[in-house]
Design a protein. Structure first.
Length: 567
RNA sequence: CGGGAUGUGGCGCAGUUUGGUUAGCGCGCAGCGUUCGGGACGCUGAGGCCCCGGGUUCAAAUCCCGGCAUCCCGACCA
């Protein structure tokens, strides 16, 4: 492609509405342009990179035995009512109405459509397993789109759906996808980790997220340096604390702590530290009061509480709840509160010392509260948010915390959708069963953001070759000397030869100053830059620069073609 | 949805507090000339519903009311 005719305008200044590096660079390098909040036009260079990512995904999915289909973006809302997800998605879903007043959802995902499709075609165990995927635009009306393509309202996603006869089959399908995903992200040049995840709105049991490690990532995850344990902080747990004997303690004592509902104030007042205090957090669980007990220096992982209490609905007590129950002394609740239906304790409360807790009376705390003597929880669990340095639940080594961009997610769904939408099969004994499903997503457009976050420098993008819009950026600097025509001719020849060998080459044949060409080449970030100029050509050489490393060398003109094409 | 901010040629911004000639600067764009290996320089020029709708006023980019859009923090989230 000749830059003289490429639809491209690079920008010197960062766009005012971009916050993160990848977003700024994508706009400056002319990959995308904003059309509306979270909705972008893809310009030629961006479109090529996007297509390259999609192709990698396609190849790996095909290799794993999945079959590509294209499912509708406009989906009858009735389907979503059948699965119950019309309400579940709520405002997240774009809805459109046709001229006959029928409502459609603009696909945020496609479980309903694909399950209905398979249900209509397959009905025997002989048909299974099958795995269908598509690479298609998805729509989510995010409360707050941000960071360019990282949280967009229109985005390209690969979604795959596996249908198996039983759980063993599902596990096999899942493992295939897991492996394919690892291949995809490796090929895209991402540093990533697969982490245990909460499954969110999709529903289901086992799920793992693929996180591209990035400081600007929206999700935090913990990982173990010694073993392969890794989990989203929502799903992470630390090693349980074993039961221990608490040495003899003085009797429970109530102390006056006026206007001190906060941990730090109480600790200061009593001359102790927050880790020796115990918090009793009130939750509403299907209308019942459940207390969750954690050390004063730790936060409750509400996802863990929800998991323990499922399928009951869990929510933190609000000020309105407390206002409606004056007998519950907010800020002064203790583990022995008589009004609690249950108390769930984090296992770290088995520590061999007494606790300072609320005294279940406004403005009073109790000290020397001893487990087994003064209070006994209903159940022990791992309920605190894991922090760096906590012990790994698998091997006991210290855990670390990083942030990441969720670029992929694999779920073992089970039969939630197959039951709701009638995807059943007959086994060899003639009995009917719901198919067992898995679903697997990759954020194709989001990958571009993640890749640029990882591969850039002050000058611009440093594309990994696998997804670069072009492999070679050929720059000609004809100069004004006697041989400028000769330089141009040599560049034209090399351009033509590279194309003849099917190398994707971007040829900067513009009549602009050398500085502009070099700066644009760095900004656009093709893996290899080749410069043909009067000085080098006089010595029979062209200059090669590897964008990512900055390494430069010279190639004799007569071998340049072979060197650049790997021959 | 709560809090904060912004909206002025394609992009980045000044001007708004204290209303008043022709709305200005940098980049980009067009023409001419000089320059030509790391975002060159000079001259000339084109390009503006000053977000939209009301209102106040002799006069509104500027003041008032209403709306919309965009961004940031929070809540939420495959």
């Amino acid at each position: 492609m000749r830059m003289s005719s490429l639809f491209l305008r690079t920008l010197r200044d960062d766009p005012a509405d971009a916050e993160v590096t990848s977003h700024k660079l994508m706009v400056r390098a002319g990959l995308i342009r904003r059309v509306a909040s979270g909705i972008y036009s893809w310009l030629p260079l961006g479109n090529r990179a996007l297509r390259n990512v999609a192709q990698i995904v396609r190849e790996e999915m095909d290799d794993a035995g999945a079959q590509e289909v294209t499912l509708p973006i406009a989906q009858p809302l009735d389907l979503w009512k059948q699965s119950g997800r019309d309400d579940a998605y709520g405002q997240m879903m774009f809805r459109v109405k046709d001229r006959k007043d029928n409502w459609y959802a603009m696909a945020p995902t496609a479980e309903e459509v694909v399950t209905t499709l398979v249900a209509g075609e397959y009905s025997s165990y002989r048909d299974l397993p099958v795995n269908l995927y598509q690479i298609n635009w998805k729509y989510r009306d995010e409360l707050r789109p941000r960071f360019g393509l990282l949280r967009a309202r229109e985005f390209l996603m690969k979604d795959a759906y596996s249908f198996d006869a039983d759980l063993a089959g599902l596990q096999a399908s899942y493992d295939l996808m897991f492996h394919a995903y690892s291949q995809v992200f490796s090929r895209c040049g991402l540093t990533f980790r697969a982490v245990k995840a909460q499954s969110g709105e999709i529903g289901g049991d086992t799920s793992q997220e693929f996180m591209a490690v990035a400081a600007i990532g929206e999700d935090a995850f913990v990982w173990c340096e010694q073993c392969d344990y890794a989990a989203n902080t929502e799903a992470a747990t630390r090693r349980p604390t074993p039961e221990q004997v608490v040495p003899d303690q003085p009797p429970r004592e109530v102390v006056h702590t006026p206007a001190m509902p906060g941990i730090d104030a109480v600790a200061d007042h009593l001359g102790t530290t927050p880790d020796l205090l115990m918090k009793s957090i009130a939750f509403d669980v299907d209308g019942e009061l459940v207390l969750v007990l954690v050390p004063g220096d730790r936060e409750v992982n509400e996802y863990a509480v929800a998991g323990i209490c499922a399928p009951a609905k869990v929510r933190l007590y609000t000020d309105a709840d407390f206002d409606g129950h004056p007998e519950i002394p907010k800020g002064y609740i203790g583990p022995d509160f008589a009004g609690a239906a249950r108390t769930l304790a984090d296992s770290s409360l088995r520590a061999p010392h007494a606790w300072v807790t609320g005294a279940n009376e406004a403005d009073h705390h109790a000290r020397n509260m001893v487990l087994g003597r003064d209070f006994t929880p209903t159940a022990w669990n791992e309920i605190v948010q894991v922090e760096a340095g906590d012990k790994c639940s698998s091997c006991g080594s210290p855990l670390r915390i990083d942030r990441g961009i969720e670029v992929g997610h694999v779920f073992q769904l089970g039969d939630k959708y197959s039951r709701a939408l009638g995807a059943v099969y007959t086994d060899d004994a003639g009995a009917e069963h719901p198919m067992v499903m898995g679903c697997y997503g990759i954020g194709v457009s989001r990958i571009l953001s993640a890749v640029i976050e990882e591969h850039h420098d002050d000058g611009g993008i440093c594309w990994p070759a696998a997804i670069a819009p072009y492999q070679v950026h050929l720059v000609v600097i004809p100069g004004r000397g006697d041989n400028s025509a000769e330089v141009s001719a040599a560049a034209e020849q090399l351009y033509s030869d590279l194309r003849a060998r099917e190398i994707d080459v971007l040829f900067d044949d513009r009549d602009v100053s050398p500085g502009v060409k070099f700066a644009d080449a760095d900004l656009l970030g093709m893996p290899v830059q080749v410069t043909i100029g009067a000085k080098g050509l006089a010595r029979g050489v062209v200059e090669r620069k590897i964008r990512a490393t900055g390494d430069r060398d010279e190639l004799a003109l007569d071998v340049a073609l072979d060197a650049l094409t790997g021959h």
